[in-house]
Design a protein around this ligand. Structure first.
Ligand code: AMP
Ligand code: MG
Length: 414
């Protein structure tokens, strides 16, 4: 591979070509067993079929009296009937015996309906009179009774593979007696944060010196969490070839995200190292920002060389690394952002042959591209409501045109 440092990029590859390449290669990781209590948000690796009925017994759906429905036929306020009261059925403490004709058992919601009973009369239309209960309303058989298996039947497919488990899904798994579930393993992400000028996040940028705070790792951590990956411990590395080499070569990750040093400058070691350690499949993408992005792999590991400029870093992650992390974890590659379609207040110009990531503000239902929007201006992404993607073959978008906006807000949990 030729050393491109200080010589510039030759051809830049189209965004779609990189996307297709990554889509072809990224398959969900193997399954792992996950404790039921941590499974919400994870992706199921297998179908789940119930091996039990839920509930496993007929249960009262009301507080009242378990009866045989036919015994109450004809009962009304004007013509009350009386049944013999045998005992009590509580949730978790069922009535032991069975019920014969003209007998009743006091019962609470969720308690097993005793053998011989087929309906529950609600407490409001009943009055206990010593060993008997007066009933002033008729109930048909099955009234106020939840049948065995009314929620889930033995053999039902309750959840299918690939399902991203919601809170209620996890609850349902608990209800059918699962203690653990088989989920797609979370992709492990190694950060290789490079730059002699960086101090760790949490520190103060010194006013006089030449140091800046590593903000990229803070952003990337949140993006990886959004996409279902887990970040391995990392340190900030100097622009030293051997140090960066060791970090990139470490074998324990599914995805390596290198921040900084991805371009063709004198201190940009990552592209050459990637070519040496594995394969630098693409270097230089026809897009703005993020053109000095590199994409490659070392064995099974995906490696993304993300430019150090924060806006480029965000954009390159979201175009290339994000879909890969999601796909490895069994999620959709698609943009996770909420979307809006609104007209443009001002036109957006773009060059044919290049994909643009344009930060926009939404005001009064119209979309304005941000003026100060260089790749180093992190605050532009903070001011922005979202971004518009101008495709490669498009020269721009006219004032008044309706455009699709991908919103930074509400794009998944952290
Ligand atoms: P580089 O991609 O290494 O050429 O860096 C491009 C610009 O991004 C430079 O101004 C760097 O100081 C800045 N930069 C590099 N890494 C980070 C980082 N982790 N956080 C914030 N800014 C960075
Ligand atoms: Mg650098």
């Amino acid at each position: 591979m030729r050393d491109v440092r200080m010589k510039g990029f030759g051809e830049r590859v189209d965004v779609e070509k990189v996307e297709d390449f990554l889509a072809d290669l990224s398959r969900p990781l193997c399954a792992e067993t996950v404790d039921l209590l941590s499974c919400a948000g994870r992706v199921l690796a297998q179908d789940v079929d119930s091996v039990v009925d839920v509930p496993g017994f007929a249960r009262a759906a009301m507080d009242g009296y378990a009866v045989r429905g036919e015994d109450t036929f004809g009962a009304s306020v004007y013509d009350a009937i009386e049944l013999e009261l045998l005992g009590l059925s509580l949730p978790g403490a069922p009535f032991g015996g069975s019920l014969g004709p003209r007998q009743a058992v006091r019962i609470m919601t969720g308690a097993p309906v005793p053998e011989g009973a087929d309906a529950v009369v609600m407490a409001e239309v009943c009055t206990e009179k010593g060993p008997r209960v007066e009933i002033r309303e008729a109930v048909a058989p099955q009234k106020n009774v939840g049948a065995k298996g009314e929620d889930i039947r033995d053999g039902d497919r309750v959840l299918a593979a690939d399902r991203r488990l919601r809170a209620q899904d996890a609850a349902l798994l608990a209800s059918i007696g699962c203690a653990e579930v088989s989920c797609v393993r979370k992709p492990r992400i190694r950060f290789v944060i490079t730059g002699d000028e960086l101090i760790p996040a949490g520190g103060r940028p010194d006013a006089a010196g030449a140091k800046i705070v590593d903000s990229n790792s803070v952003m990337l951590r949140a993006l990886v969490a959004r996409d279902g990956g887990s970040v391995l411990p990392f340190e900030i590395l100097p622009d030293e070839r051997d140090v960066i080499r060791d970090a990139m070569a470490a074998p324990d990750a599914d995805v390596v995200l290198v921040s900084g040093g991805s371009s063709v400058g004198q201190e940009d070691h990552a592209p050459g190292l990637l070519a040496e350690l594995g394969s630098l499949d693409f270097h230089g993408v026809a897009m703005r920002p993020s053109s000095p992005t590199g994409i490659g792999h070392i064995g099974e590991r995906f490696v993304f060389l993300l430019p150090g400029n924060p806006v480029s870093c965000l954009c390159a992650y979201d175009f290339f690394a994000g879909p890969t992390v999601r796909a490895l974890g069994g999620r959709s590659r698609d943009w996770p952002h909420r979307r809006a379609r609104l007209p443009l207040r001002r036109k957006i110009s773009s060059a044919i042959g290049r994909t643009d990531y344009v930060r926009v503000e939404i005001e009064d239902g119209r979309v304005t591209p941000l003026g100060t929007s260089g790749a180093s201006i992190l605050s532009s992404t903070v001011r922005a409501s979202g971004f518009v993607i101008v495709p490669r073959e498009c020269e721009g978008m006219a004032e008044g045109e309706e455009v699709l906006i991908l919103l930074y807000d509400g794009d998944g949990e952290f």
